[in-house]
Structure formats: structure tokens, C-alpha cells
Write a protein that binds this ligand. Sequence first.
Ligand code: DAH
Length: 342
Amino acid sequence: MSLEELKGKLEALEKQALAELEQAAQEGIENLRVKYLGKKGELTSILRGLSNIDAAVRPLIGKLSNEIKTRLEEKINHKQNELKEKSEQAALSNITVDLTLPGTSMAMGSMHPITQVMEEICAIFTRLNFAVVQGPEIETDYYNFEALNFPPEHPARDMQDTFFIEDKVLLRTHTSPVQVRVFEKQKPPVKIVVPGKVYRHDADVTHSPMFHQVEGFMVDENITFADLKGVLTLFIKEMFGEQLSARFRPDFFPFTEPSAEVAMSCFACKGAGCRICKNSGWIEIMGAGMIDPAVFKHVKYDPEKYSGFAFGMGVERIAMLKYGIDNIGLFYENDLRFLKQF
Ligand code: DAH
């Protein structure tokens, strides 16, 4: 075959391929590629025949057929992309959105049982016109101990296993220091509850190094122990049941005088004795007392004019009693099987 003939053949081949490509549908394109560019394709078979032709024209034909090959490849790819895009557009325009389908629902969280009980406790007191106040969890020795009448080196400080941050700076061991912070800022009458976290170096099934307390206090002229009894008895009935009664027995706290340990009659056995009340018929739930005049002196309240009561309770303990939970650790594990029950 002469050079001219070969050239003509190649050019005719390209023309034909392009004409077929023009007509091709998406499914036909791969076939076209194989037909013209594949290993057994038409262009390849022309190139195979090159060995039979004159060595002088071989490079020219080689160059030409490579050019054709590249052009065809490009055009085939282009057409393929074009058709693919068209069919995707068509598919998209066929999709209809059913706006009446229900949406994907989000899992709802719920309030932690400790938060619930803490809010329930505070709500009982806010109904009695107590205000809710919070204080810092990092406290100084002054507010946590000294101003609450714990003298330096006094053994009463050992009642509370303190986490110290620095000398004289610590994680508060109770919510009572907020009494002092409020008294410094506000003159009587004050009626306040303080919910919050407290920290002690202690851990077993009923103790955790972090737990929650609600502190309460009321200061005005002529506040007596009878007021304390009335408020706390009402609290016990509201929280645990109308039929329950309160018991006050002498206790000691440096910041109250006299001090009391407050118990309620056992809600489970109604006083007969059971496992929950350890057969005593009574369950201790908080400390309380009349605020010691020594505390008033630190904040320049006149103890001749004002008197007040204070009380403090552990929220975990109240929640464990209320829901019959016997391991405090369950509150902090964040196991949804536990949390979802409240
Ligand atoms: N702060 C005490 C404690 O953590 C509890 C307490 C006892 C608070 C007697 C009071 C109180 O306000 O009057 O153990």
C-alpha cells in the first residue's frame, strides 16, 4: 500500500469513527472504543500492517495514526462525560420529594436525676419565698472554714477531708461558705437556698469525691428554732410524704449553736423498722441549727438584733432514698439504661 493510500484509509477510519460517535447512545460508547481503539480494533490492525511498508514512510504513518488515536480518545471521553451528565440530570429531574413523609426524629435527652432532685428540693423552698443563690466551687480557707467558726488546727476541720489546691485555697467541702458570701453583701432579712457541687476525699457505695448539697438559711429579727422545725418538717412532708414526721436531735457543727441532726420517719416501714432505716424507724437526712453568733461577727451582723437558722443536705442521699438506689456510683456512670428511668 502506498503512503497516500494508507493516509486515506486512516483518515476515512477517523471520519467513520466520528460519525458513529455522533450517533452513539451512552451504552454504545464502550463498544465504539473497543471497535476503534481496542487491542483488536481497526486502528490497531492498520498499525500492525506497518511492518510490511516502506521504512521511509513508517514514521509518518506512525505519527498520523497516533494523532488520530489521541483525537479519537479525547472525543470519545468527551462524549461519554456529556452523555453521563445528561442522564444524571434526567434522573435528578425525575425525583420528587414527598413533603408529607415524617422527618428523622432526634433522640431527646432528659434531665439528670441529681439535677431533677436538686431542682425539686429548691422548688419546695422557693414556694416558701427562699431565693436561689450559687457560690464558687473553688473556695478559700476563710469562707470554707474560718468565717464559719472552724478555728485553725481545730479538730472539727478533720470532719471534712479537704482537697487543697494551694495553701488556703481549696475545693469547697460544703455549700455553707455561701452563707458568709451572702451575709457580706446583704443585710437581713435573708432567705436563701444554695444548690451546688462539693468535694471531699471520700469514696465508697454511698460517698463520692464530688457530690451535691443544698444549703439553706434564713436570718431576720426573732427567728427561732421553732421556725427551723416548721420549715424542715414542711420540707420533709413535701419531699417524701404528708404522713411523715421530723425528728431533731442534738449534734455539733462549728457554725451553728445549738446544732441538730434532722431525721424523718422511715417512708418505707412508717417507723416500724426495716432495711432502709436500719431498723431504727428513722432516716437522717441533714444537719441544721441556729447560726452561731460567731459567724455573724465575721460579717458584722448584730447578733443581739438578728438570729437565723441554717441547714444543709446531700442531694445524692435524698435521691438514693427517694428512688431506692443503693450505689452512688450509678449517678456518675452516664449509663443510659439507668438515666432513662427518671
Ligand atoms: N455543712 C454541713 C456539712 O456539709 C451540713 C450542715 C450542717 C449545714 C448544719 C448547715 C448546718 O447549714 O446548719 O456537713
